[in-house]
Design a protein around this ligand. Structure first.
Ligand SMILES: Cc1ncc(COP(=O)(O)O)c(C=O)c1O
Length: 511
């Protein structure tokens, strides 16, 4: 009897793997070193990117030489990507990858453990469990004596959503997992967050069937922090109406400005009313590790759950978010099922029981390796430096007569370009309208220029530029360069836009 012959065009022997790996690592080392000299991004259209990478053809019927394929792909990717590892990348909240994290992902892929069950990933599960404990320790979040819980997920959104679901399951007076969100009781479960909260909460309410109208948007004070008196009033109104308040989400570092809600005050309200207190620390949570962290931020220690994002301030390569829940049982009660076709040892941690994923990758390795390489002290230093550089940027902005500083908190600085002759006319409706238009166009120009990359925020109707530093490559000279670049581009744009703007006389002075 002849056995069927085996074709494995993906197989690679050890020598070929070594040769390709070495070639790729050599190439990547040079390409990564070249990032600071490259533009942050190129002003390319989607079709030019598709053409450059030959992405329009059909699926090839036959394979190709992997060595040439890898070399060519790496080169093209570096020629047509945006570099969040560029020292002048200040957009959104996206960090550069720690080199040890890059290598960690390589190692994790080589092992390819399925970190859903302990049996399938003994070492990887234990490394993830330790990573979760270390993250909690770093930010000062204590687990309950009976045992806390947490796991790594894809990012901040998912980490928050996991906690949201845990709060929902814990608070519903009926079995919400079996009966659904109204459980036949006709009572609405409601959640609270400030108007500065990130859009994760809309996705959470939407995805779990509550609907976004179940979110009570609490107004903020002048400092853009949640108004806790308004929170208390909203909760009382809902209780009087027979609704079930089940979660208050405080934000530890808002996406727009880095504002930190008064977490200790919110914690007190939650204790008083018996509501789950969740903190979205996706951005700012890790700054709680600093010895001089403000009291508002350290208040995350009082939460029932916290979401943090290692792919932000721990500089882990995407993707890595982390959900921490004080009482680990709450996670199991939210996610665990025990189907007949799985038989996992329940004396060990099986992460499948702690979150929505079934098969799970070894995300923890890159985070764990970076935590070990830098240590807590190394991280405290890098985060503190980012914050100090952001403050330096704010001072540089403030010194420039054509820039207006709007906010500085954690490592986010917001500001806008205001032509010199318009300074005294700020506040007038037509001028504000023009300034919004001008700064929006300026953002577009700056992003296309590749010299630096900032994003934007809307602050009480004003369109502002926003620079966020979660970037250990950024130095003082990068920060110092920002005002000049912004003003140079701003002047050019103002000369172009002013003559066609409808300013009704205001600000229309010939230049
Ligand atoms: C405060 C806050 N929460 C949640 C998120 C969502 O995180 P991710 O993009 O990792 O899902 C962000 C992203 O910037 C954020 O700033």
């Amino acid at each position: 009897m002849t056995l069927p012959s085996r074709h494995a065009p993906l197989a690679m022997d050890a020598e070929a793997f070594k040769a390709l790996g070495r070639q790729l690592v050599d190439q990547l080392a040079s390409l990564l070193a070249s990032v600071p000299a490259r533009p942050v991004t190129r002003d390319e259209s989607p079709s030019s990117v598709r053409d450059a990478l030959s992405l329009t053809g059909p699926l090839p019927e036959h394979g190709t030489d992997p060595a040439a394929l890898l070399t060519d792909t790496a080169r093209k990717l570096f020629d047509h990507s945006l570099f969040n590892a560029h020292p002048r990348f200040f957009g959104y909240i996206t960090a550069p990858p720690a080199p040890i994290g890059i290598l960690g992902d390589f190692l994790a892929s080589a092992l390819n453990p399925n970190v859903g069950s302990w049996t399938l990933s003994p070492a990887a599960t234990e490394i993830e469990a330790q990573t979760v404990r270390w993250i909690a320790e770093l930010i000062g979040f204590g687990f309950s004596p009976s045992g806390g819980g947490g796991l790594l997920v894809s990012g901040g959104n998912m980490a928050n959503i996991v906690c949201f679901l845990a709060a929902r399951a814990a608070a519903a007076p009926w079995d919400v997992r079996a009966k659904g969100i109204d459980g036949g009781h006709g009572r609405q479960m409601v959640a609270y967050a400030s108007t500065e909260a990130h859009t994760w909460i809309q996705k959470a309410a939407d995805l779990c069937g509550l609907g976004t109208e179940a979110i009570r948007w609490i107004e903020t004070r002048d400092t853009l922090q949640m108004d806790v008196a308004a929170l208390r009033r909203a909760i009382d109104t809902d209780i009087a109406a027979g609704h079930i308040p089940f979660l208050v989400a405080g934000t530890a570092g808002s996406v727009s400005t880095g504002a930190v809600d008064p977490l200790p005050e919110i914690a007190a309200v939650c204790r008083d009313k018996g509501i789950w207190f969740h903190v979205d620390g996706a951005y700012g949570g890790f700054a709680a590790a600093l010895p001089d962290a403000p009291r508002d931020l350290r208040g995350l220690a009082e939460a029932d759950s916290v979401a943090v994002d290692p792919h932000k301030w721990l500089y882990a390569p995407l993707e890595a978010g982390c959900a921490l829940v004080r009482n680990g049982d709450a996670l199991r009660k939210t996610f665990a099922y025990h189907p007949a076709y799985y038989h996992f040892d329940d004396r060990a941690v099986n992460f499948v029981d702690y979150g929505p994923q079934n098969s799970r990758g070894f995300r923890a390795l890159k985070v764990w390796l970076a935590l070990r390489q830098a240590g807590a002290a190394g991280y405290r230093r890098m985060i503190a430096d980012d914050i100090e550089l952001s403050r330096a940027m704010a001072r540089a902005v403030e010194r420039h007569p054509e820039l207006e500083l709007t906010t500085q908190a954690l490592s986010i600085t917001t500001f806008r370009y205001v032509p010199a002759d318009m300074r005294t006319q700020r506040g007038s409706e037509v001028v504000e309208h023009y300034l919004n238009h001008l700064n929006e166009a300026l953002l577009d120009d700056l992003q296309r220029s590749g010299e630096l990359f900032v994003s934007h925020a809307m602050l009480r109707g004003r369109y502002v530029l926003r620079a966020c530093i979660v970037n250990f490559h950024t130095s003082g000279s990068d920060v110092d360069a920002v005002p000049e670049i912004v003003v140079r581009q701003g002047r050019i744009l103002d000369r172009r836009l002013r003559p066609i703007a409808e300013l009704d006389g205001a600000g229309a002075r010939p230049r």
